[in-house]
Design a protein around this ligand. Structure first.
Ligand SMILES: NC(=O)C1=CN([C@@H]2O[C@H](COP(=O)(O)OP(=O)(O)OC[C@H]3O[C@@H](n4cnc5c(N)ncnc54)[C@H](O)[C@@H]3O)[C@@H](O)[C@H]2O)C=CC1
Ligand SMILES: O=C([O-])CC(=O)C(=O)O
Length: 345
């Protein structure tokens, strides 16, 4: 749970259970009004993500959109006594209303993997979904920060950028591929292996969001621990295969939803904090980048009032990480190009 969510829960009055913000009225005096729209809100990620965003005190309005099922999710979540007003929107004719005025749009719409599939196998269905949803974003909330969760992220983010370019609304500072789950996994696996407190651990994860394109930089991990090379290699492999581990364990019933909802909520919270002028908000994300020769790349990003304030460099890499960086480039390049080609076909 994010720090602001924890702070919010801590302010609850034990006697009534009512929140500080609710008792003072709908919106706090000091917290800006912020609308968040979730596209694909009735899905496996969408539902727990809707719950977590309802718990976020930075949100004043929460719009839950899907092709169907959202009136029920919205009715359910709306009974929680936190700040935001929740509205459900179902079907394409309601998409405009869901998006209008949104500050942050989170997109977990699309099909998930089944065992034996790669993320790229989702391209044929999800590319079209992301393309049409982004066309609507360009029309109804062209200044929103867009958090793309739908896979394959290495291609769906370039697709989104091309759609926005065509609409004349592209601002590279406002488009993000959500790779936070890779960071969440790297932290968890590292803390378990290094036997350190997971709350003290940070690990940057760079590159992209599929297989070998996921490159955790354990040489930069805090708290530092003297792990053997074989242990670092095993941790790297486990982080790269984290999604597949869940897909296989779910045995045909989808991919990561709960941990992804957590990761998506962390990233959206960082975007909101940045918009609100909170200093030094840094998260890894797949963004337009000049950190390597690839046009999009995941690395640490400082978030601010306009979205990306600064794309941070990679820092010092170990030899193993340098090799991993070179090895990931061909696949990432071809996934990016595939997305761009699709959007312009
Ligand atoms: N970036 C990341 O780290 C991760 C990404 N994912 C990806 O997130 C996506 C969603 O996964 P789940 O929630 O498990 O799938 P799901 O099938 O449970 O939910 C997807 C939802 O999208 C909705 N949807 C489909 N077309 C839509 C459209 N045109 N407009 C609005 N909503 C639409 C469906 O109705 C459904 O409710 C998948 O592509 C999956 O691969 C999953 C985990 C991690
Ligand atoms: O593996 C998948 O298909 C879903 C995903 O992106 C992840 O869990 O990292």
């Amino acid at each position: 749970m994010t720090t602001s969510m924890l702070a919010y829960l801590a302010r609850r009055t034990p006697s009534t259970g009512a929140s500080y913000l609710t008792r003072r009225g709908f919106a706090s005096d000091s917290t800006p009004v912020r609308k968040v729209a979730i596209l694909g809100a009735a899905g496996g990620i969408g539902q727990p993500l809707s719950l977590l965003m309802k718990l976020n005190p930075l949100v004043s309005s929460l719009a839950l959109y899907d092709i169907s099922g959202t009136p029920g999710v919205a009715a359910d979540v709306s009974h929680i006594n936190t700040r935001s007003e929740v509205l459900g929107f179902a079907g394409e004719e309601q998409l405009g209303k869901a998006l209008k005025g949104a500050d942050v749009v989170i997109i977990p719409a699309g099909v998930p993997r089944k065992p034996g599939m790669t993320r790229d196998d989702l391209f044929n269905i999800n590319a079209g979904i992301v393309k049409s949803l982004c066309a609507a974003v360009a029309k109804y909330c062209p200044h929103a920060l867009v958090n793309v969760i739908s896979n394959p992220v290495n291609s769906t983010v370039p697709i989104a950028s091309e759609v926005f370019k065509k609409a004349g609304t592209y601002d590279e500072k406002r488009l993000f591929g959500v790779t936070t789950l890779d960071v969440v996994r790297a932290k968890t696996f590292y803390a378990g292996k290094a036997k350190v407190n997971v709350a003290d651990v940070n690990v940057p994860v760079v590159g992209g969001h599929a297989g070998v394109t996921i490159l955790p930089l354990f040489s930069q991990a805090t708290s530092s621990a003297n792990l053997a090379n074989e242990e670092i290699e095993a941790l790297t492999k486990r982080t790269q295969d984290g999604g597949t581990e869940v897909v296989e364990a779910k045995a045909g019933k989808g991919s990561a939803t709960l941990s992804m909802a957590y990761a998506g909520a962390i990233f959206a919270d960082a975007c909101l904090k940045g918009l609100n002028g909170v200093p030094d908000v840094v998260e890894c994300s797949f963004v337009q980048s000049t950190v390597t020769d690839l046009p999009f790349f995941a690395s640490k990003v400082r978030l601010g009032k306009n979205g990306v304030e600064e794309v941070l460099g990679l820092g010092a890499l170990s030899d193993y990480e340098k090799q991993g960086l070179e090895a990931l480039k061909p696949e990432l390049k071809s996934s990016i190009e595939k997305g761009i080609k699709f959007a312009n076909a």
